[in-house]
Design a protein around this ligand. Structure first.
Ligand code: ATP
Length: 274
């Protein structure tokens, strides 16, 4: 897999979010979606953004993915503004819904970003072949998206996001619409992609076990306005297997994170009473 092996990956980038605030809407509809958010993500890290609905997880991901501008503060990807990073194909994005083109085969969906760049057909075919193998869909290359299950469609969208070999993958609740079995399988596959490619991941989820299983670090956000509540290193073995989910260390980490949310709820209850 020459195009996607760690040896040929462009230097993995880091993310620097510095005192970012975002105000959305106008007039009485105005919402402070994020308030003074600061954090850094190192190269090759898998970092999850975790928090209750409406705390600004997607807004943060959209800032990094150049889909939204901050009201104040700065976002940098390997020292560059998100727009420049996008133009340099520094990141790929995977959304909650796969958003595939129904009239294109699986292979042609994966090849689309390469075609748009004018990549030669033979090279497109080689890269899509490698990526489909990586996500276990070689047999389905000539199928259409509507012939696939939801989990298979999401695999296609992951392969498509990897087509240009970006050092950073931005993922917005990519597995939340999937059943537990498929979700756990795809989580393992994602870790294998991280292991074999050395890419950096920024992953949005509202699932504590998912964040703990996948991440090197977890950024917990609190809501209204969205702020960084706490940042946790996940001190679990870097080699993650299904059995890890049954260990005391895994449960302990889940409890630590879960307590953050109760803490926050209790604090807001106290301030409401006062
Ligand atoms: N286009 C918009 N106009 C006004 N407010 C918005 C807009 N988009 C999002 N918001 C508000 O910004 C806040 C953060 O939204 P965001 O979607 O980032 O949260 P989230 O943590 O990703 O939520 P969820 O887990 O439910 O997807 C919410 O209060 C939301 O109502």
């Amino acid at each position: 897999m020459s195009s996607i092996s760690s040896a040929t990956v462009p230097e993995a980038c880091h993310i620097d979010v510095d005192h970012v605030s975002v105000v959305l809407g106008t007039g009485t509809q105005q919402v402070t979606a994020l308030s003074d958010v600061t954090f850094q993500i190192q190269s090759n890290e898998f970092v999850s953004l975790l928090g209750p609905s409406g705390c600004g997880k997607s807004t943060l991901l959209r800032l990094v993915g150049d889909l939204l501008q901050p009201t104040s503060g700065t976002v940098r990807i390997a020292g560059q503004e998100p727009e420049r990073a996008r133009l340099q194909r520094q990141f790929g994005i995977v959304f909650q819904t796969p958003a595939l083109f129904d009239w294109r085969t699986v292979r042609h969906n994966v090849e689309l970003p390469l075609e748009l760049l004018g990549t030669r057909r033979k090279e497109c075919r080689r890269i899509s072949g490698e990526l489909l193998e990586m996500v276990g869909l070689t047999r389905f290359a000539d199928h259409y998206p509507w012939q696939l299950s939801g989990g298979m469609q999401q695999r296609v969208s992951i392969a498509r996001a990897l087509a240009l070999d970006p050092p950073l993958l931005l993922m917005d609740e990519p597995f939340s619409a999937l059943d537990e079995f498929t979700k756990e399988k795809l989580q393992l596959e994602l870790l294998e992609i991280k292991r074999s490619t050395g890419k950096t991941f920024l992953f949005v989820t509202h699932s504590i076990p998912e964040a703990v299983f996948l991440s090197d670090r977890i950024i917990v956000l609190s809501a209204h306005p969205g702020q960084v509540h706490s940042i946790h290193s996940v001190n679990l073995p870097s080699e993650r297997h299904s059995e890890l989910r049954e260990t005391e260390a895994f449960y302990h980490m889940i409890t630590t994170i879960r307590n953050c949310f109760y803490e926050e709820r209790d604090e807001s209850h106290v301030s409401a009473v006062l």
